[in-house]
Design a protein around this ligand. Structure first.
Ligand code: PLP
Length: 478
């Protein structure tokens, strides 16, 4: 397939601007010297060239629109098209962020209502919609914890994080200047209670958990953990990336969680994974409410407004208000489910449990006695004797038309495969997926080279992951 640059023919156009009916201004009159390039080497192509080129490119990839993407922890569910249409309504999309409040009451109301719904769903005293993604939500959560302890004169500098945590958790804690203390997991895949108690001391600022955790297992002692922490004036952070397993069924605020980020793009349906905007609102308990960023969108019974009057606020995270398009999609998604939103959680758990049953005995299950929530982790160690790894297995899955599950995470499970089917897949698709995995396991035994050298049916074969990132070869010949 040719690069778009190779399709280029000088003078070929897809679009022509109307004739200029105002005085011409030369770019050099308003662009400072040194910033202007006379010739931009852009491809010149017809409209049909553009359509064909990008349609072909899109067909060379895997996407939720074409296949199941069981990428654990990422919640790659189908995102209803209607949400996109709402996010594209001109009068919402084209509002300038500095428009006076009186003229954008509707836009503010949308933000306010989303905030109120997230408060309700999470059981929180308040929510900030500002963070741009989950990881920035973590950063905000830890900044709030820092502000809380500073305000009380507490000299606490340690954050406890279980060894199964997502890499962003320790990264966020370190960026905030905390010292990360790792807590072990036990044989059931939960936080080791004894190790937690041993490591919890007066210097502990917070515990950062994920619930259900990254093994897909529910942390059954979450309330007891909150109690132990609060006794020592330490706080409980919950990574809400796995909120899909809970939405409409359980409220982390009720367990004593002090702060949690929501990944709107995961649970509340915005396409993600391609680098598009996300959104990571943060819910807090009463303890952390005074420190939330400015501005907060509020309603005084008559008017929606931005509240800047928060003397203890940590300030702001973004130059503007947040990712409005993602908020809109999340609100549309929540309202379209209405009171039945618990079905999202219930069917995501049911699907994961069904698929796990279908794969029982096929791959090694490191926590056979712990029921899973919306995802589960299996291990390909049983294929080692054939010289086949988890990576080989998922590469071969591509040949069967499925996107790969998350591999080698969490770090606590050898040859880990983390599988999250989400609620939007039908049982038929799950059965087909399980059948493909069974076939590959059989191949590993009988024709291990076929698996080791996979994929065979994709536009490019096995690439060296690190090198391909550093020295990308954009042109390939199928
Ligand atoms: C996705 C994820 C994050 C990070 O969220 P982003 O929105 O990608 O920044 C954090 N923790 C867990 C467990 C996740 O799955």
């Amino acid at each position: 397939m040719e690069l778009i640059f190779e399709l280029s023919k000088r003078g070929r156009r897809s679009y022509r601007l109307p004739k200029l009916d105002v005085p011409e201004v030369k770019p050099s009159e308003f662009v400072p010297e040194g910033y202007l390039r006379e010739e931009l080497d852009l491809p010149e192509v017809s409209e049909l060239d553009v359509v064909r080129h990008f349609t072909k490119l899109s067909q060379r990839n895997y996407a939720v629109d074409t296949t199941m993407v069981p990428l654990g922890s990422c919640t790659m569910k189908y995102n209803p098209r209607i949400n996109e249409e709402l996010a594209e309504i001109d009068s919402l999309r084209d509002v300038h962020p500095l428009t006076p409040e009186d003229f954008v009451q509707g836009s503010l109301r949308i933000a306010y209502e989303l905030k109120e719904l997230l408060k309700k769903l999470g059981g929180f005293a308040d929510v900030s919609l500002q963070p741009a993604a989950g990881a920035q939500g973590e950063l905000l959560g830890l900044l709030l914890i820092l502000a809380y302890h500073r305000d009380r004169g507490n000299k606490k500098r340690k954050v406890l994080i279980p060894d199964s945590a997502h890499g962003t958790n320790p990264a966020s804690a370190s960026i905030c200047g905390f010292e990360v203390v790792t807590v072990k997991s036990d044989e059931r895949g939960e936080i080791d209670w004894e190790d937690f108690l041993r490591k919890l001391d007066d210097e502990t600022a917070a515990l950062m958990i994920t619930n259900p955790n990254t093994l897909g297992i529910f942390e059954g002692k979450v309330k007891e953990m909150a109690e132990e922490l609060h006794k020592r004036d330490a706080l409980l952070y919950m990574d809400g990336a796995n909120f899909n397993a809970l939405v409409g069924v359980a409220k982390p605020g009720d367990w004593g969680v002090d702060v949690m980020h929501f990944n709107l793009h995961k649970t509340f349906s915005t396409p993600h994974g391609g680098g598009g905007p996300g959104s990571g609102p943060v819910g807090v308990s009463e303890r952390l409410k005074p420190y939330l960023p400015v501005p907060q969108v509020e309603f005084d019974g008559e008017k929606y407004y931005l509240d800047w009057d928060r003397p203890k606020s940590v300030g702001r995270l973004l130059s503007f208000w947040g990712h409005y398009g993602v908020w809109l999609k999340a609100l549309a998604y929540i309202l379209s489910w209405g009171k039945e939103i618990d079905k999202v959680a219930k069917f995501s758990v049911l699907n994961a449990r069904y698929l796990r049953e279908l794969l029982r005995g096929v791959l090694h299950d490191p926590f056979p006695d712990s029921p899973c929530m919306h995802e589960f982790v299996l291990s390909a160690v049983n294929l080692r004797k054939y010289g086949v790894t988890a990576m080989d297995l998922v590469k071969r899955l591509l040949d069967f038309g499925f996107y790969a599950p998350t591999v080698y995470f969490p770090l606590t499970v050898r040859e880990a495969l983390m599988i999250e089917p989400t609620e939007t897949e039908t049982p038929t698709t799950l059965e087909r997926f399980a059948l493909a995995v069974r076939r590959i396991v059989k191949e590993a035994k009988e024709k291990p080279d076929l698996v080791r050298e996979a994929p065979h049916r994709t536009p490019v074969g096995r690439i060296k992951e690190a090198e391909a990132n550093r020295k990308p070869v954009l042109k390939f010949r199928p």
